[in-house]
Design a binder for this molecule. Structure first.
Ligand code: MRU
Length: 354
């Protein structure tokens, strides 16, 4: 099953409610784009490509909700919906990329009626979702070349099928290596405070019968220093033009320790996550979430009453710590400035040819 999908019988945006995993598996349906925006903000759906697809379907839904009877009125309603959806989470560029892609289609002047716009928006959202699965699959087999039989891979957050429409980015590489018959083992960072590693990555690895151990985030350095990690694989929410990588909080620390210990560090990043408009990672907006995520665990307080906490959801790893970046058009090595730009152009050309 896909993480996020359009239900053609009921005209709703459906998604797996990831807040409930691994205890309950529930698919929720939304018939209001404001609810889709809330679901992104509250992390029913999370992971950069999954957020992008949810927002795309959300905009297609907004077009259906609008009662506009002329094209320009519909476009005005779509502009409002686009800003609501874009405000849901700031870091994952896929959200903005997906909305902008759909708005480009919606504003095509060859479309005559509001229903033409409604129809093409849903087609485009569906295509974006289908492409995501295809891109991830391609990227996974490209990345699997980095994995040798017997390797132990350190992984942070959740980058699997649940973080995308299906298949995954960094976890996708792990699934591909497993499928190729390589005997691999994964050390799974629990990923405080939302525990995407413990709850979601362990769930996906267990489902596929891949060998793994869950570790406390603080243990990663120990395993790298003692030579028990062959490679670190992570995802990205936004990668700047110079190769600086924003990803789940804690990634930066992993990358520094990996370099210190000679462990290769590879983000796995579809070109939709590369933001060539930002020259470096300092310009990437970092989401800061509510402090209750830090001071409570499953609703129970873990600190004295009334204390304050900080909760940045992402950090930026400067490109000097990045060994290479796996994309759907190949593995990109330094100088990233030049090679990322070429990779994005290659991906664009391939899409235009298809
Ligand atoms: O806060 P989340 O769970 O949305 O963060 C997700 C990540 O940090 C992933 O590593 C990232 O989206 C890339 S994986 C598809």
């Amino acid at each position: 099953m896909r993480t996020v999908f359009w239900d053609y019988d009921h005209d709703t945006v459906n998604m797996i409610d990831q807040r409930q995993l691994p205890w309950h598996f529930e698919v929720v349906a939304f018939d209001d784009y404001n609810e889709v925006a809330r679901a992104i903000r509250e992390m029913y759906v999370r992971g950069a490509p999954a957020i992008g697809a949810a927002a795309a379907f959300g905009l297609a839904l907004a077009a259906r909700q609008s009662e506009a009877t002329d094209r320009l009125a519909l476009l005005r309603d779509l502009e409002t919906a686009a800003s609501v959806l874009k405000a849901a989470r700031p870091t994952a560029v896929n959200l903005f990329w997906a909305i902008d892609r759909l708005m480009r289609v919606a504003t095509n002047e060859e479309l005559e009626t509001p229903d033409d716009v409604r129809r093409v928006l849903l087609t485009e959202a569906q295509q974006l979702a289908d492409e995501d699965v295809e891109i991830n699959r391609r990227m996974a087999y490209i990345g699997a070349e980095l994995i040798s039989d017997g390797d132990t891979i350190l992984h942070h957050c959740n980058t699997g099928a649940l973080a995308t429409v299906d298949w995954g980015t960094a976890l996708g590489v792990i699934f591909a290596a497993h499928e190729q018959g390589k005997r691999i083992h994964v050390l799974v960072d629990e990923t405080r405070p939302r525990l995407q590693g413990a709850r979601l990555t362990c769930w996906e690895l267990k489902e596929r019968g891949i060998s793994f151990d869950l570790i406390a985030d603080n243990a990663a350095g120990h395993f790298m220093r003692t030579g028990q990690v062959n490679i670190v694989l992570v995802g990205s929410d936004r990668t700047a033009a110079n190769g600086d990588v924003a990803n789940k909080i804690g990634t930066y620390k992993l990358a520094v320790v990996a370099k210190e210990n000679g462990v290769p560090f590879y983000p796995v990043v579809p070109t939709s996550t590369i933001d060539l408009n930002l020259p470096n990672g300092d310009m990437i907006p970092i989401e800061e979430r509510g402090m209750e995520e830090v001071v409570t665990v499953f609703g129970k307080s873990i600190a004295p009453e009334g204390i304050t906490a900080r909760n940045p959801a992402f950090d930026v790893t400067p490109h000097r710590y990045v060994t290479g970046i796996v994309t759907e058009v190949g593995i990109v090595y330094p100088p990233f400035e030049k090679h990322l730009r070429e990779a994005v152009a290659r991906a664009q050309a391939a899409k235009e040819k298809a």
